[in-house]
Design a binder for this molecule. Structure first.
Ligand SMILES: Cc1ncc(C[n+]2csc(CCOP(=O)(O)OP(=O)(O)O)c2C)c(N)n1
Ligand SMILES: [Mg+2]
Length: 411
């Protein structure tokens, strides 16, 4: 193989196969086998290990997983609309990744602890985080939005990959607690899941996390959603081998799963969490999926990728294949799908109502909280901002609300 310089433009998933073939030729690296149980055609396949775990996904559980995926997709549409209508400052869409998030979240148990990044709204839903509360951060009226102690679902982390370190530290902590718990015969073992993206996988934090997790055999599942893009950078620029293969270098199992197959994701995550809870150490799961929409509402993917690629992934839609299967097997009828839709609309109406009722953030609090003490540069920037805002009709900032720390302009 000649140059290793990656191309960076319009070089999306079509080159995956070639990259893997190259990796195999150069260093005998086998192409990643992808665990898939329910294909895009809605037909159920077989896997020697994971079919056993998939049997826990009874028809009733599967209808629930479908309803969850439909609810969170509906929520995503509503949140995007709320941003466009000026109710939210920013939104981070998850459409396309419903199976990866609902399948893994539903495989977790209440005592497990989850460290998300910023796109894990589906996982949040499975952990009973109030979705209207989750939107507070995106409106700028909260620095967090929920109490992680209520749900064992940590606050969103926007600094890429930082949460993987937090997760391993937490896992090492509960590892010690579990030794005590085991001695007391409680049987209440817990594990940790750290979510991160394909782009975040290039951060040093992930490497350090994996070294520590492996060295200490920490009960942590690294759940990488490979959605094929890190804003405008395709995954093949992040890695020359399948991401799941990296686990080998650290000395623990790595599994690539079809991230658009909710049954396979559920089965693989169940297996990995069990592995971790039993003290067998970490697992890396690479959920092979796709970010169908924009990176955020501030992004325009038509600038860096072809619509043909999006269309190819839409054909692998995670909801459509479950619907096909449920209908073909006579496990759900029109009435079921109508009820799912009505429930989704009700959820959307709830978050819309609640968001409209939220206070409007005072932008001055951002200036006031930059430093503990007044700072002349911050005061200067605030003065500029006030003048700029006043230049718009009706653009005067509101009177300073009581109880809110005021920026110390002029100090
Ligand atoms: C340490 C750090 N560097 C850069 C950024 C800016 N940034 C925000 S999201 C993002 C892309 C992340 O891509 P990926 O990890 O694949 O997650 P995805 O957004 O696709 O879910 C970048 C570079 C950041 N938030 N933190
Ligand atoms: Mg990504």
């Amino acid at each position: 193989m000649g140059t290793h310089l990656p191309s960076t433009e319009f070089d999306g998933t079509a080159v995956d196969d070639q990259r893997e073939a190259d990796a195999e030729a150069v260093m005998g690296e086998p192409p990643a086998q992808m665990v898939q149980l329910l294909g895009p055609d809605g037909k159920l396949g077989f896997d020697p290990v994971f079919t056993g775990y998939a049997e826990k996904v009874t028809p009733e559980v599967l209808r629930g997983l479908y309803a969850d995926m439909a609810a969170i997709r509906r929520f995503d549409v509503e949140a995007t609309a709320l941003q466009r209508q000026g109710q939210l400052a920013l939104w981070v869409p998850l459409t396309g990744q419903e199976a990866a998030q609902i399948g893994s979240g539903r495989a977790s148990r209440p005592q497990d602890y989850i460290f998300p990044t910023y796109r894990e709204h589906g996982v949040a839903y499975t952990r009973n985080v109030d979705l209207a509360e989750l939107l507070r951060q995106f409106r700028g009226v909260s620095n967090g939005g929920w109490n992680p102690k209520d749900t064992n679902f940590h606050l969103y982390t926007l600094v890429l990959a930082a949460q993987t370190l937090h997760a391993v530290g937490y896992a090492m902590g509960i590892q010690r607690d579990q030794k005590l718990a085991a001695a007391q015969g409680s049987g209440d073992e817990a594990a940790v899941i750290a979510y991160f993206g394909d782009g975040a996988s290039s951060e040093g934090d992930v490497h350090e996390s994996m070294v520590f997790a492996s060295s200490y055999n920490a009960p942590v599942v690294f759940f990488c959603q490979n959605n094929h893009w890190a804003i405008s950078v395709p995954t093949n620029v992040q890695t020359r081998v399948p991401l799941s293969n990296r686990a080998k270098g650290y000395g623990f199992p790595g599994i690539r799963v079809d991230g658009n197959d909710v049954i396979a994701v559920h089965a693989v995550t169940e297996w990995a969490l069990e592995h971790a809870r039993q003290g067998k150490g970490p697992v890396l799961i690479e959920a092979f999926t796709y970010r169908v929409g924009a990176h955020t509402t501030a992004d325009d993917p038509t600038k860096y990728r072809h619509s043909a690629e999006e269309d190819a992934w839409r054909a692998k839609d995670p909801l459509a294949r479950v619907e096909k299967y449920l209908r073909a097997e006579g496990l759900a009828d029109d009435a079921f799908f109508a009820k799912v839709k009505a429930d989704g609309d009700e959820l959307a109406a709830y978050v819309r109502r609640t968001t409209h009722d939220l206070e409007t953030p005072d932008i001055r609090s951002a200036f006031a909280n930059t430093y503990a003490e007044a700072h002349p540069l911050v005061a200067e920037e605030l003065a500029w901002f006030e003048e700029y805002t006043a230049g718009f009709e009706g653009g005067d900032l509101p009177a300073e609300p009581s109880g809110q720390p005021a920026a110390k302009a002029g100090h």
